[in-house]
Ligand binder design. Structure first.
Ligand SMILES: [Zn+2]
Ligand SMILES: [Zn+2]
Length: 331
């Protein structure tokens, strides 16, 4: 094992990441050392970098869509073997003892720690992960194509489940998560209505290519009412916009970890038993269910690879809406 490795670190909020050589981490109790092959770039990384998620680990290495192989194990870890392909998601650890953890809602654990935020993540050549929170990965899909499944896919899946049996599904923000959820939704016989940034013609075409029945600007009305909507864009203005186009009893799911303020809204928009809810993090069960489902469809993530050293450029393009699908760092 090399004693040092390349890593992209966040030194302070709102700064560019810095590429440097740091000590290769050593797995602690119950942990794996993962040799990183690819790491997806998620909007949550921007929220960490911009300081919208407070108190990250000092000099944190971002990245929570980590695909690699097991390079070392702490004594006693038996869940994986050296060389196994492994995925490390956002949920890095939970207490296992609180009311949330004991009732199948570990995603809400107050003591939870998250990869690439409280724990160093995958923008590096190696990362440590708690073995109980890492996933064995299905074969048949390359490392780069697998990376976005570990957050965009898993949390998108949780958001889709939260819409219930909605047949006409709106998706606001057709990026990494949106384009994966569209594939799941189509497979389940739902019809997808894609809402993009006003004027973003390539994003609309991308949605139509993936089987959306309609694609339009986020501030326009779809051709028919919707049964539910998922908002992936971090824009609070979209909550009243989505409520306006869902039918009575419909659900609007806010799937991002951070959103600008939701403006005051007339009660009439919520009336009729419409529901606004968020989806927070993921449980290990979400991940297991999604990783079992994805190859049967099969889900194909559209990816734009970048070398590790170009992480800042990948993040810039995500921020500017210049990506089709998901950016993935190759290591
Ligand atoms: Zn807990
Ligand atoms: Zn994420």
């Amino acid at each position: 094992m090399p004693s040092t490795m390349r890593a992209m670190q966040l030194d302070a909020a709102k700064r560019l990441l810095t590429l440097r050589m740091i000590d290769t981490p050593v797995p602690g109790d119950h942990q794996l050392l993962v040799k990183v092959a690819a790491c997806g770039v998620c909007r949550t990384d921007l929220h960490v970098i911009d300081g919208e998620l407070p108190n990250p680990k000092p000099h944190v290495v971002p990245g929570h869509e980590v695909v690699g192989t097991v390079a070392a194990r702490a004594p006693g870890v038996s869940a994986f073997s050296i060389g196994d392909r492994v995925g490390v998601p956002w949920l890095g650890w939970t207490c296992g003892e609180c009311e949330y953890c004991r009732t199948g809602r570990e995603n809400l654990c107050d003591k939870a720690t998250f990869t690439g935020y409280h724990l160093d993540g995958g923008y590096a050549e190696f990362a440590v992960a708690n073995a109980a929170f890492a996933f064995p990965l299905p074969e048949g899909l390359g490392d780069t194509e697998t990376a976005p499944l570990l957050c965009a896919g898993m949390i998108g899946y949780r958001a889709l489940v939260a819409t219930g049996p909605a047949e006409r599904l709106g998706i606001y923000g057709f990026g990494a998560a949106g384009h994966i959820v569209a594939q799941l939704a189509r497979h389940q016989g739902r019809r997808v209505f894609a809402f993009t940034r006003p004027g973003d013609a390539p994003a609309k075409q991308f949605a139509l290519d993936l089987g959306a029945v309609w694609a339009g600007d986020a501030d326009t009305d779809p051709p028919e009412p919707l049964d539910a909507a998922i908002i992936f864009a971090p824009v609070g203005l979209l909550v009243p916009a989505a409520l306006k186009v869902v039918v009575k009893g419909g659900t609007v799911v806010c799937a991002g970890i951070h959103m600008s303020d939701i403006p005051p809204l007339p009660y009439q928009l919520l009336w009729g038993e419409r529901v606004v809810r968020s989806v927070a993090n993921l449980t290990r069960r979400d991940g297991e269910e999604f990783l079992a489902l994805a190859p049967t469809i099969p889900v194909r993530a559209a990816v734009q690879p970048f070398p590790l050293a170009d992480a800042n450029e990948a993040l810039r393009r995500l921020r500017e809406g210049e990506l089709r699908g998901a950016a993935v760092l190759t290591v």
